[in-house]
Design a protein around this ligand. Structure first.
Ligand SMILES: Cc1cc2nc3c(=O)[nH]c(=O)nc-3n(C[C@H](O)[C@H](O)[C@H](O)COP(=O)(O)OP(=O)(O)OC[C@H]3O[C@@H](n4cnc5c(N)ncnc54)[C@H](O)[C@@H]3O)c2cc1C
Length: 313
């Protein structure tokens, strides 16, 4: 029996495991999913946790449920390397060999200096910390934005701003609440094309949220309660929310992952070659970007070019 190893039990990994469980013929594959956590977390709902609309147990499930439902073997371990030449994954619990590999390890959060009163709900623990702080939220000058680009979920800072506006309305403090989204982009959602820019401009306008464009964050000055941009601009705040992620290399296979000027992730790595072999072996995955040709003049999907079925790739 061929073995499919899935790295990561987030959205990508859990969906891959469930699809393989449903679609593979009995006895066709052994599926092993490796994650350092025992939980599958639905990250978009961290924001709902932060504003008290969801509890942690409502947004996560034990990965062990995949074993019961789909026969996936779930292994709790930290992946430390990928060796495509020997078709082996290295983990802190030992090596695992694969016939096909699916890499779905997500994006790692960069550790940023802690500034009291600036929690960013990009993980469950800081979402809960933000919830605590929001208990006494009484409006004022609010700044929301990322420390750098790229980060998990580009619209999230905007969503946070809109949620805080809603909270200010609920608490009757909207009149004295001024919310600003700061961002290195020139336009809101700039790398997602003109329709998204237009849509988010409208949202900002409707919610009465200011967009501070081209604001490349360099530091906090907690004593004065300001954040400072590379060009010297300063934004004062009573309430600050900032966070960022980057795609740090995970194991040798990921070293060639690169972000292009439009902010899209491209891969030329061994791990994506391995991904391609999964596609060839068990999936019928096709390029999912038919709209790119119309919008950008070429296909921008993240499949290696020889794996993409579009002539304009
Ligand atoms: C606040 C927030 C809001 C969001 N809102 C939306 C939204 O509205 N719509 C949307 O489409 N997307 C949204 N996203 C983005 C979405 O959550 C991600 O795109 C998605 O989770 C990516 O899935 P993934 O499987 O690639 O990675 P992840 O879901 O990050 O999963 C990665 C998994 O790999 C594991 N892992 C990582 N490194 C290792 C290692 N070395 N060893 C073992 N295990 C490891 C992790 O524990 C994790 O379980 C949001 C994200 C955040 C943070």
């Amino acid at each position: 029996m061929k073995r499919v190893v899935i790295l990561g039990g987030g959205s990508g990994g859990a969906v891959a495991a469930s699809r393989l469980g449903k679609w593979a013929r009995p006895g066709e594959f052994e599926v092993v999913l490796i994650d350092r956590s025992e939980w599958h977390e639905f990250r978009p709902s961290y924001l709902w946790v932060a504003v008290g609309k969801r509890e942690p147990e409502e947004i996560r499930r034990p990965l062990a449920a995949l074993e019961r439902r789909y026969g996936t073997r779930v292994m709790r371990a930290t992946v430390t390397g990928i060796r495509p030449e020997t078709q082996t994954v290295e983990t802190d619990q030992g090596n695992v060999e694969y016939d096909y590999l699916i890499v779905a390890l997500g994006a790692e959060l960069v550790q940023t200096p802690d500034v009291a009163g600036c929690e960013a709900p990009w993980e469950l623990a800081p979402a809960l910390a933000l919830r605590e702080r929001l208990r006494t939220f009484a409006g004022g000058r609010v700044v929301v934005g990322p420390l750098s680009w790229p980060y998990r979920c580009p619209p999230a800072p905007f969503e946070v701003a809109f949620m805080l506006k809603y909270l200010a309305e609920q608490r009757g403090v909207v009149e004295r609440t001024h919310i600003t989204v700061f961002h290195p982009w020139k336009d809101p959602m700039e790398t997602f094309g003109p329709q998204m820019v237009e849509g988010f401009r409208r949202f900002l306008n409707d919610f009465g949220v200011h967009f501070e464009r081209g604001f490349v964050y360099v530091r906090d000055d907690p004593g004065r309660r300001v954040i400072v941009a590379a060009d010297g601009r300063e934004l004062a705040y009573n309430f600050c929310h900032r966070g960022a992620t980057s795609s740090e290399p995970r194991g040798d296979g990921d070293k060639e992952l690169a972000i292009d000027n439009s902010g899209r992730l491209h891969g030329r790595s061994a791990s994506l070659d391995a991904f391609t072999s999964v596609r060839d072996g068990v999936g019928n995955r096709r390029c999912g970007s038919p709209h790119d040709q119309a919008r950008y003049g070429r296909c921008l999907c993240t499949l290696p070019s020889r794996a993409c079925d579009r002539p304009d790739h």
